[in-house]
Design a binder for this molecule. Structure first.
Ligand code: ADP
Length: 400
């Protein structure tokens, strides 16, 4: 069975065609700057063939037509007919409190995703555009599934997801913590259990997805009980360009004194803060660590803030779960940044955690980085959200 996984943004479309018999990627690629001058499409196949072009991509439908052609024709052809693709799985950022699991696409589901756009104005409308364009190009007989980024967090207890505001107002505006990266956190705990050959029942795991966007999740018995992102992905850790946790009074104070509109404030907190804002030059962790090592004080502050905040979240989630069995690092920083893992894990000695420095000296590899006598296991597990989406899509299509 082959599943096509789609991740649509307002001006981008990423795809992966996955063979579910062996869970290997057959082809993958992306379309950028859809609807903007300078459109670009590129991709590669499992056996190393590559393509790149700069066609006009005025809309998502055109982009999907190019993806279809890339799969079916030319030097990078991987299938003879669209019949070989059993189903299509779409990533959707915001399922609100409506969806606690993946569902088959129906007109009703599309209407619900549209209604939830207020909570994810940059993402949900783009996902709908993607689903509609996909239906136009691949036909409405091909089953499609939506996998929600926050579904894994739907098990959080009310006292963890609620804000301390009047509850009628919270209800009226659906104003609460939803979290994000749920597909990744779910993949990580399930992969951990699979590797260890254990059930998640009775386990306490902290998953750290650290990338341009970063979130940490407390998972007890395989279920999320708390996560660091909030009503949007702005909350929690300092990120590439997002502020993370910030006193709401600091926000209203800046807004008043700078004379910003709500939109300008949101743009500021999401795009101009984080590592970029503190260092003053880059949102990229590699650049910040390099600059820190050359003596840049602001880069040192930015990286120290991230290390400190990761440790604080881990500590608070140990308290929230009354213990921890394993800590997992993933995402661009979690999988690749040796100094980040070292700075975090070496200060967790109070938990009986011992870092295996030799094992930690690696990038992008599935590996245990704690010593055998460490009281808590620490792992690096490269995340695979696309595979998690494909697995859910397969499960739903087979259950039909
Ligand atoms: P996104 O959230 O956009 O998917 P990624 O998960 O790809 O982002 O993570 C991007 C981050 O990973 C960047 O801050 C980048 O600097 C960081 N990163 C990637 N490789 C390394 C590395 N070798 N050392 C430190 N940071 C790295």
């Amino acid at each position: 069975m082959k599943i096509l996984v789609i991740n649509c943004g307002s001006s981008s479309l990423k795809y992966q065609l996955i063979d579910m018999d062996n869970e290997q990627v057959i082809a993958k690629g992306l379309c950028e700057r859809i609807g903007i001058a300078g459109s670009h499409i590129e991709g590669k196949t499992f056996d190393g063939r590559e393509y790149a072009a700069d066609p006009d991509l005025p809309d998502h439908t055109t982009a999907f037509s190019y993806v279809k052609d890339a799969l079916l024709e030319g030097d990078c052809k991987v299938i003879d007919s669209l019949d070989e693709i059993t189903a299509i799985g779409h990533r959707v950022v915001q399922g609100g409190a409506v969806y606690n699991q993946s569902v088959m696409v129906t007109p009703e589901v599309i209407r619900e995703i549209d209604k939830l756009s207020a909570l994810a104005p940059l993402h949900n409308p783009a996902h709908i555009q993607g689903i509609n364009a996909c239906t136009e190009v691949f036909g409405n007989l091909k089953p499609q599934v939506v996998v929600f980024d926050n579904a894994f967090h739907s098990t959080m207890p009310k006292y963890a997801y609620s804000f301390a505001i009047p509850q009628d107002l919270a209800e009226k505006h659906q104003c609460r913590k939803y979290g994000a990266h749920g597909t990744s956190h779910k993949y990580l705990v399930e992969r951990y259990a699979e590797m260890k050959g254990i059930s998640l029942e009775g386990t306490k795991i902290i998953t750290c997805h650290l990338g341009n966007g970063s979130s940490i999740t407390a998972v007890k018995d395989g279920k999320c009980i708390d996560t660091s992102m909030g009503i949007t992905p702005l909350d929690g850790l300092i990120m590439g360009t997002r502020s993370g946790c910030i006193d709401a009074s600091a926000v209203t104070y800046l807004q008043q004194h700078e004379g910003w509109t709500p939109e300008e404030t949101s743009e500021f907190l999401n795009k101009k803060c984080g590592l970029l804002g503190v260092s003053g030059f880059s949102s990229d962790m590699r650049d910040n660590i390099d600059a820190r090592d050359k003596g840049d004080e602001n880069a040192k502050l930015a990286t120290d803030m991230l290390f400190y905040q990761i440790r604080k979240f881990i500590g608070s989630y140990v308290a929230a779960m009354n213990g921890v069995d394993a800590i997992i690092f993933a995402g661009g920083i979690g999988e690749n940044s040796i100094p980040t893992r070292e700075a975090v894990v070496s200060e967790l000695g109070w938990l009986g955690i011992k870092l295996d420095a030799e094992a930690n000296d690696c990038r992008g590899k599935e590996i245990k980085i704690s010593t055998d006598d460490s009281a808590v296991e620490v792992w690096v597990i490269p995340t695979n959200e696309e595979l998690a989406i494909a697995r859910d899509t397969k499960r739903l299509v087979e259950a039909q």
